[in-house]
Ligand binder design. Structure first.
Ligand code: NCD
Length: 524
């Protein structure tokens, strides 16, 4: 088997492929589709190696994704394994990690295609299988997310983008698209946030009733990606204005992911996101409808009457699933990729300068006190929650004491700064002369922008400004609050919790992308 930059890769979210890699995949798909349709030779795409085993692990229903992968794998002449999830040891509460570790050992090289209700499974497998492959000296398997809960669906994104490019004669200068339907629970539209970046100018119209609106996280990301976005709460309102897109991407109501209240309103929601015959005259000429399918036959967002009209783009879109997935397996199977010429994703380096030692030269003696007596030796944490309201500051003081287990002689309080009149908390810890690095990191994640002063003989010897860390991970006391995340404690997978800071000082879970404030990540 060829070892390339694409073997052993994990595709959890569309961004796991760089834009150059995505464009390479689209170019190769065009070559494969043209060759197949014109009866030309396609050998150059075929992996043809029975030592390679592809495992389809579908823990949620699927027709198109699963069957197009099955056909793609057959094209490649590699070992095809369809995991029998219903009769597997998942029923004996076996973990994902243990299950996949075992499957990894059955082939010289494995390609896993995984669909799950839980979110972030493939990201977790990337970590746990890399440990196994290092230990047993096995090549790292390739892992493909075939849809995880309401999170992402990168291979659907690939076939959708390929379809849009094809419609645009492979010109990626601009796109104007309407996303219609259950934008809240639908994973295919979430992947559009990054997938549409292959186009240079992107205008997105979001059409959904407010309960099914695109989550803030994805809208913000679209804006950061430079997309021009506008929201409407029904197709009717959308058609009442002038700038109607020619590409309409529908999604069905994701009933299986809705709570009881939303389910009661299903027929009302369906009305605002379903195309009706009376709208035909109002859409621009050349409009095409797309849909990841399946279409719910009770609430069809695209009426059956459009199937045999020029509006129907969804049948060819579904067909492209076979070609794009065949090329993806060819890349991850080591066959395609040698002629790739472009940038791969850069590994993100997390800076560690969030604990900043600043000058402690003090002309005057600090005023820190323990009770009424000045602190002579010890640690004082100052500026806790500076500028926040009094309750929040008390909460932070309480959290510092609890999480850092500071049940020692101390004094604390909330004060008004004499410099600027803002409130701040101060926690004085006499007799404590050292703060370990781990505690310092925890403090940064509990009370960012506080200062830590080490006092000896009534003088501040060392002073640290503690900023919000770029990453918070591996502490016992933190967890993702998304109950469907693989790392959530209820699933007992023991996936190491990890959060990454966003540009607006929020923290997203490494697995499921759920947004948390720094306070929300703590289990207190
Ligand atoms: C989509 C999915 O599973 O997220 N379907 C698919 O893969 N073709 C969309 C959906 O189920 O609505």
């Amino acid at each position: 088997m060829n070892d390339t930059k694409f073997t052993g890769r994990c595709l959890s979210v569309i961004n796991d492929l760089s834009l150059d890699e995505q464009m390479y995949l689209y170019r190769k798909t065009k070559e494969l589709k043209d060759a197949t349709i014109n009866g030309k030779k396609t050998d150059q795409f075929i992996v043809n190696d029975k030592n390679i085993g592809a495992y389809l692990v579908f823990l949620e229903s699927s027709t198109r994704t699963k069957e197009s992968f099955v056909n793609a794998i057959k094209f490649h002449n590699i070992k095809t394994n369809i995991f029998d999830a219903a009769h597997s040891s998942f029923n004996k509460k076996e973990s994902y990690s243990d299950t996949f570790k075992m499957l990894t050992t059955y082939s010289k090289y494995s390609i896993f295609i995984v669909r799950s209700k839980l979110e972030g499974v493939t990201r977790w497998l990337k970590y746990s299988l890399s440990q196994l492959s290092e230990r047993l000296d096995l090549p790292m398997p390739a892992i493909i997310n075939a849809g995880d809960g309401k999170h992402e669906h990168p291979t659907q994104e690939i076939l959708d983008e390929y379809t849009f490019l094809e419609k645009n004669n492979f010109n990626n200068n601009e796109i104007h698209i309407a996303l219609i339907g259950d934008l809240n629970h639908g994973r295919t539209v979430h992947s559009k946030t990054d997938g549409l970046k292959i186009f240079k100018n992107v205008k997105v119209d979001l059409i959904a009733p407010s309960k099914l609106a695109m989550p803030e996280y994805y809208k913000n990301k679209m804006k950061q990606n430079g997309f021009d976005i506008t929201e409407y709460d029904s197709i009717e309102k959308y058609l009442a204005q002038k700038k109607v897109a020619k590409l309409w991407y529908f999604t069905r109501l994701q009933l299986e992911r809705m709570g009881e209240d939303d389910l009661k309103n299903a027929s009302v929601f369906a009305k605002s996101i379903s195309f009706r015959n009376e709208f035909f005259d109002k859409i621009p000429e050349g409009t095409k409808f797309y849909h990841p399918l399946p279409r719910n036959r009770e609430y069809p967002t695209i009426p059956f009457s459009t199937d045999n009209t020029t509006l129907n783009g969804y049948d060819e879109q579904a067909m492209n699933g076979y070609y794009t997935r065949t090329v993806l397996i060819s890349m991850f199977g080591g066959q395609l990729g040698k002629d790739f010429n472009g940038n791969h994703n850069k590994t993100i380096k997390h800076s560690s300068d969030f604990i900043e030692e600043v000058s402690a030269i003090n002309k005057t003696k600090p005023e820190y006190k323990i009770g009424t007596k000045p602190v002579i030796d010890g640690i004082v944490i100052d500026h806790i929650g500076k500028g926040e309201n009094i309750e929040t500051i008390w909460e932070q003081i309480h959290n510092i004491r609890k999480i850092l287990n500071l049940n020692i002689v101390s004094s604390h309080g909330v004060y008004k700064s004499h410099k600027d009149g803002k409130f701040k908390g101060v926690l004085s810890l006499p007799d404590l002369m050292q703060f370990k690095e781990l505690q310092m990191k925890k403090l940064a994640a509990i009370a960012p922008e506080s200062t830590l002063n080490i006092i000896k003989n009534s003088v501040v010897q060392n002073k640290f400004r503690i900023h919000m860390p770029p990453r918070i991970y591996d502490f016992q006391e933190i967890s993702c609050k998304n109950p469907n995340c693989i790392s959530h404690p209820n699933h007992h997978e023991k996936a190491l919790t990890e959060f990454h800071k966003t540009s607006d000082n929020k923290f997203i879970c490494k697995y499921c992308d759920k947004v948390h404030t720094f306070k929300e990540i703590w289990n207190i």
